[in-house]
Design a protein around this ligand. Structure first.
Ligand SMILES: Cc1cc2nc3c(=O)[nH]c(=O)nc-3n(C[C@H](O)[C@H](O)[C@H](O)COP(=O)(O)O)c2cc1C
Length: 209
């Protein structure tokens, strides 16, 4: 009996020690804390993002509330360097010399998704609330990524390009249902910067008496 108790105590101690020693890759935080500490990240480490994490992020995305549960969205995860670089090459050719090009094509420019190693492209069915649904989906994904220790940046800049002639090959590779429109792309990667929060204007909020 004494031996059993000692064995149980030893096992419990080992488990506790293991838990303490395990590197914490995932931060545990409240939703409100996550909302206030998430930032748009525009510099990423070169390392790839694990596919399980990308999948978990996308799954969190589609857990979002959506009108009549139509799930009128399409979520495409791209982590192929070849795809990202090829799409970027076509994009650069179209924006070079324009104000958008001036803004984006800085010396540290590596790709059109803020240099992220992965991107999640979200498209909406052309129905009344699908755009709203996709917006909520985006924030779910960005908060999930934040919890998983990843940085994100919601990007509107690739949208028009994705529906332009120059991007035909890349748009068709997304295999979107007929009529779906790309809403945004979310850059995902390990952050290589920690920007300050941008202040919000609380005068935009008011109670109605
Ligand atoms: C719909 C949408 C489009 C955006 N497009 C871009 C973009 O093209 N490029 C970019 O660097 N950031 C883009 N952002 C990120 C915003 O600039 C950023 O969310 C805002 O400055 C607030 O900063 P924060 O996310 O760190 O709080 C976009 C955000 C949203 C929601």
């Amino acid at each position: 009996m004494k031996q059993i108790i000692i064995t149980v105590i030893l096992c419990a101690t080992a488990l506790i020690a293991l838990r303490i020693a395990m590197p914490k890759t995932e931060k545990s935080q409240s939703v409100i804390e996550a909302i206030h500490t998430r930032r748009s990240i525009r510099n990423y480490k070169e390392c790839a993002v694990e596919r399980e994490k990308l999948m978990e992020i996308a799954r969190a995305g589609i857990a979002a509330p959506n009108a009549m549960n139509r799930q009128a969205w399409a979520v495409r995860i791209v982590d192929s360097k070849e795809w990202i670089d090829g799409c970027t090459e076509a994009f650069v050719a179209t924006v070079k010399g324009t104000p958008l090009g001036e803004h984006l094509l800085t010396t540290d420019f590596k790709n059109m998704f803020r240099n992220a190693p992965a991107v999640i492209i979200v498209a909406a069915e052309p129905t009344r609330f699908a755009g709203v649904d996709c917006g909520i989906l985006a924030q779910n994904m960005m908060l999930a990524a934040h919890e998983l220790g990843l940085g994100t940046c919601c990007l509107g800049s690739p949208v028009d390009f994705m529906h332009s002639e120059a991007a035909t090959e890349y748009l068709s590779s997304l295999n979107l249902p007929e009529g779906y429109q790309v809403q945004y792309a979310v850059a995902v990667g390990y952050a290589d910067e920690a920007p300050e929060a941008k202040p919000r204007d609380e005068s935009k909020i008011s109670f109605v008496e």
